[in-house]
Design a binder for this molecule. Structure first.
Ligand SMILES: Nc1nc2c(ncn2[C@@H]2O[C@H](COP(=O)(O)OP(=O)(O)OP(=O)(O)O)[C@@H](O)[C@H]2O)c(=O)[nH]1
Length: 373
């Protein structure tokens, strides 16, 4: 069985469904053989009746195997619509050969068989199959005319041929109209899907723009406040979140001495380091200017201190190409903890107070707010 992607598997399922639907046609044909036989309307031998049923069953078994094994995927049209219609037309004509007066009613089989091509065959193919049906029936009539002239009413046969010609002609027009309609719907569906994809892309771009900081790629202040409020509301009894406000030291001086672009690189470098050192459940955001805010999941004051200390050391070791060799950057941080039910804004203010204290203490250090100790 060839490897099929999801799409191909869905198509294969559809093809099989359509094939099973077509089997109803064969059930009808075989019932007709049986009814004609018992009603003494079948002009062949019993073996011939069985042979027709057997031929129908064998060809269908072959189509079924081909679809189940995936062999049909080797063909230009894996639904094998054309082949299935041709086989059905030949079998139906073979059956008609042995039906006398009963034949006119059973002619209905031709349009029913052709109906299966409505979704697959284009106008030219549809007309070709309709012509084949007419030729098959003409062959049946001619066969009777030469072999069993006593059995045939030529006027009736010509009338039957005429009616069949009209019905199949109309079916060809109707069938190709349905196919066109289907193609138009498919095109509209594809366009809609493309629009949907574009919209999805734009939505995700908008989402990124609304929640992140364009310079550093970190979350922005609004997104931080949303997430922190939600995480605080979900905090279970005894659980704590760590909160740290981080401010780069003498950042104005970096801008003034080495330019705004150098300052931007320092901000981006800090963001990269922070992202690398933090766990997925932690959240770091740019709070504004050269200020960052960190939310540490499931934290104690010890784990929060260790985390910020590791970050401080990593940042202190960074080199910047845009600044003279040996120039080092640092930050100061104010730390506190969030307990269930705490007001977020008030705790951020506390972290801010601790940050001021750290700046007062000479910068490049961290300060824990007394409330968290
Ligand atoms: N390059 C760059 N600079 C920024 C950005 N946002 C804010 N700044 C600058 O950051 C500087 C912040 O300076 P201050 O608030 O005086 O703080 P500081 O110089 O870091 O001093 P301390 O915080 O006391 O150590 C200002 O000069 C701002 O213009 C930015 O996106 N890029």
């Amino acid at each position: 069985m060839p490897v099929m992607d999801n799409n191909e598997q869905n198509f294969q399922r559809l093809r099989l469904q359509r094939f099973y639907m077509a089997q109803i046609n064969y059930l009808i044909s075989h019932s007709i053989v049986a009814v004609a036989w018992f009603a003494d309307q079948f002009h062949g031998s019993g073996q011939m009746a069985l042979l027709i049923i057997l031929a129908g069953s064998c060809t269908q078994a072959l189509f079924w195997w081909s679809m189940r094994s995936g062999y049909n995927l080797r063909f230009a049209d894996p639904s094998m619509t054309s082949a299935q219609i041709v086989v059905a037309l030949l079998l139906a004509s073979w059956l008609l050969l042995y039906l006398g007066d009963f034949r006119g009613t059973v002619l209905l089989l031709y349009p029913v068989i052709l109906l299966f091509g409505v979704f697959q065959l284009n106008r030219r193919q549809f007309i070709t199959h309709a012509i084949l049906a007419l030729l098959c029936f003409s062959a049946v009539v001619l066969h009777d005319l030469f072999r069993r002239p006593e059995n045939i009413n030529p006027t009736l046969s010509i009338l039957q041929l005429f009616v069949l010609c009209c019905v199949l002609g109309w079916l060809s027009i109707f069938g190709s109209y349905i196919r066109e309609l289907r193609e138009r719907l498919q095109r509209r569906h594809s366009t809609l899907q493309a629009h949907q994809e574009t919209l999805k892309g734009m939505m995700s771009q908008l989402q990124t723009l609304a929640t992140s900081d364009s310079l550093t790629g970190l979350s922005n202040r609004r997104h931080f406040m949303d997430v922190a409020s939600r995480r605080l509301a979900l905090l279970g009894p005894g659980e704590k979140l760590g909160l740290a406000l981080i401010d780069l030291d003498h950042f104005k001086r970096i801008n003034d001495l080495y330019g705004h672009a150098a300052g931007d690189t320092v901000l981006q470098t800090f963001a990269r380091i922070a992202r690398k050192r933090l766990r997925d459940e932690d959240l770091i955001a740019r709070f504004g200017g050269e200020e960052f805010i960190l939310l540490l999941g499931n934290a104690s004051i010890d784990s929060l201190t260790q985390c910020i200390e590791r970050l401080r050391q990593a940042f202190a070791e960074c080199h910047f190409d845009s600044m003279p060799e040996g120039t080092r950057c640092s930050f100061s941080a104010g730390l506190t903890l969030l307990n269930p039910g705490d007001p977020l804004e008030a705790r951020i203010n506390e972290a801010d107070q601790a940050l001021y204290q750290a700046k007062d203490n000479g910068r490049n250090c961290l300060q824990i707010h007394p409330q968290a100790v």
